[in-house]
Design a protein around this ligand. Structure first.
Ligand SMILES: C[S@@+](CC[C@H](N)C(=O)[O-])C[C@H]1O[C@@H](n2cnc3c(N)ncnc32)[C@H](O)[C@@H]1O
Length: 235
């Protein structure tokens, strides 16, 4: 089980890397410049080809970090992005950056994603790199909210670390790459999908982000995985 306070401390500390690391590195944790560009280009191309035209869409970004995906949605013409982030420090960095870029349709809300409540519905809900930091009770609380948050016909895109064979947990282990203790839980595909496919949500498709043999598949136990899910409920 992950220690929630340690997870939060890790993310608060990442905010201090603003302006010393590349903006995109703060939350996605890739600190090698060449790999970072490779990652951003490959991932953006894949994610936006799966989502199609996002112009005019209302987006909810859960566990948004400093808003690196939020800014991409806005560049691509999204109507608005609500970015939910539990680290006030990271949300502040995102707000400073939004001001710098003159972006007005991005709102940061400081809250644990699993406790965020609203009557508003969204065309696209993005859950990127969040669930690996949630314990099972938090994960289940979050996924039970999805049907209510997504417009009929709307989409949920999950981009998460996934265990290849058995659930894989890193508990407060020192990472050389990050020079910090690190914790994360990697669920299997089934452990993601079983609780997700509830109350009218259906799987459209899912796939690993990087093909086998790709340089960015760094760990033998895990893969970055994309799940595209639709709310098939009628309006
Ligand atoms: C790997 S980063 C991903 C950031 C962004 N979604 C992206 O893909 O670049 C994980 C983010 O989730 C946030 N986070 C972790 N647990 C959270 C929770 N319970 N509620 C909201 N945010 C959380 C962290 O602070 C961090 O910003």
């Amino acid at each position: 089980m992950l220690d929630r306070n340690k997870v939060k401390q890790f993310w608060d500390a990442r905010a201090k890397t603003y302006e010393s690391l590349a903006f995109e590195s703060i939350a996605n944790l890739e600190q090698n410049e060449k790999n970072l560009h490779l990652k951003i280009n490959h991932e953006s191309e894949k994610v936006f080809s799966w989502l199609g035209d996002v112009r005019g869409k209302k987006i909810l970004d859960l566990g948004a970090g400093v808003g690196q995906w939020a800014f991409r949605f806005i560049e691509k013409g999204a109507k608005s992005v609500k970015a939910i982030e539990f680290s006030e420090e990271l949300a502040n960095v995102g707000e400073v950056e939004a001001n710098k870029r003159g972006v007005q349709n991005l709102q940061f809300i400081v809250s644990p994603a699993e406790e965020f409540d609203t009557d508003e519905k969204f065309d696209i809900v993005l859950c990127s790199g969040l669930c690996v930091y949630l314990n099972d009770d938090q994960f289940l609380t979050l996924v039970r909210k999805f049907p209510k948050l997504i417009n009929p016909g709307g989409l949920l895109l999950m981009r998460e670390g996934m265990a290849i064979a058995d659930r894989h947990e890193i508990n407060n282990k020192f990472s050389e790459h990050l020079q910090s203790d690190y914790s994360a839980t990697y669920r299997t595909r089934d452990q993601y999908l079983k609780p997700l496919l509830i109350n009218g949500l259906e799987l459209v498709k899912d796939e690993n982000m990087f093909e086998e043999g790709h340089i960015l598949n760094k760990y033998k136990e895990t893969r970055l995985h994309l799940f595209l899910i639709r709310n098939k409920t009628n309006a």
